[in-house]
Design a protein around this ligand. Structure first.
Ligand code: NAP
Length: 281
């Protein structure tokens, strides 16, 4: 549906309020994505951005103001957990919450990042019988790794600049570890970059040398600023199938929308508005 076909939102006393809590949040694409999803489904809600440095009163504020749900982003994904009433099993295993659902003052935390990464991949490639190499050992790698390790028939390996960090996460996930310098001689089908390498303003950097990329591979970068990172540009020109970071972002948001509304998320329209916003940036 084109934006001009959308009905103007009437904000009244029945309007439900959602938002993203983080610091900083001025760059977040969650408000345009979720407001578009509410508009196309006719769900009576608005979504705002809350720049929050102190998470404890923010969690209390969700209860006090009756905010129906929130996205949680850097730096609060872990610290928010102790201020919630319940944590979903997968979020507990990952050790981070990116979604809060408020059920009459009872706050439950979820993590939709692993769902987002797995569904962004499944849009473009099968995962059963495939070997996936994850670059990185930070918070995003932990979420992506959990999702992929739970997927039936998928073998998961990690590589990381600091071996110690990579080995610790690989052990937690029950995944394999491959040192960065051995990547060129290691067989895998899918490569997922979860490090910030290549993100604006360091757009001329790549997390692995070009020689690692073979045409039969699928390469996903979860960085989406720029949309085509140097890794994705190089992979595309070498003949690989590439998946940009918008895929994971949109699917993690789609899962949030479903948790908040119990409606089918309008994934195509959510994706379109994020691309439009990034292209006009
Ligand atoms: P993080 O916890 O800070 O991750 C740091 C990881 O990146 C570590 O493994 C670190 O290696 C590695 N790293 C950092 N700088 C490096 C460099 N110059 N060279 C090599 N490795 C480097 O960050 P995060 O929260 O996981 O987020 C990572 C990226 O994912 C961010 O760009 C974020 O915007 C993006 N993200 C995207 C989505 C999405 O929906 N598309 C969702 C979440 C996150 P060491 O262990 O050696 O320090």
């Amino acid at each position: 549906m084109a934006q001009t076909d959308l009905q103007p939102i009437t904000v009244d006393t029945a309007t439900r309020v959602f938002g993203v809590i983080g610091h900083p949040v001025f760059h977040s694409k969650s408000p345009v994505m979720h407001n578009r999803a509410f508009a196309v489904t006719g769900y009576p809600a608005i979504y705002a951005a809350f720049d929050v440095t102190d998470i404890e009163p923010a969690a209390e504020g969700i209860r006090a103001l009756g905010i129906c749900g929130a996205s949680v982003t850097i730096p609060h994904k872990t610290t928010v957990m102790k201020h919630l009433d319940a944590i979903d099993d997968q979020a507990r295993k990952i050790g981070a919450v990116n979604t809060i659902v408020n059920n009459k003052g009872w706050l439950k935390g979820y993590n939709t990042d692993s769902y987002g990464a797995v569904h962004a991949l499944l849009d473009q490639t099968g995962l059963s019988g495939k070997t996936v190499m994850i670059i990185g050992a930070g918070g995003a790698a932990r979420a992506v790794g959990h999702g992929l390790c739970e997927h039936p028939g998928t073998r998961v390996f990690l590589t990381n600049r600091t071996e110690k960090h990579g080995l610790i996460l690989a052990q937690d996930l029950d995944a394999g570890f491959v040192p960065l310098e051995k990547l060129e001689t290691t067989d895998f089908d899918i490569l997922v970059n979860t490090t910030p390498v290549g993100m604006y303003p360091h757009t001329d950097e790549m997390p692995v040398p070009e020689s690692v990329l073979r045409p039969e591979m699928v390469i996903m970068d979860i960085v989406y600023n720029p949309l085509e990172t140097k890794l994705l540009y190089t992979a595309r020109t070498r003949g690989c199938k590439v998946i940009d970071g918008v895929g994971m972002f949109v699917y993690q948001g789609a899962r949030q929308f479903a948790l908040w509304t119990a409606l089918e998320p309008p994934v195509a329209q959510m994706r379109q508005v994020v691309y439009d916003t990034l292209n006009n940036y």
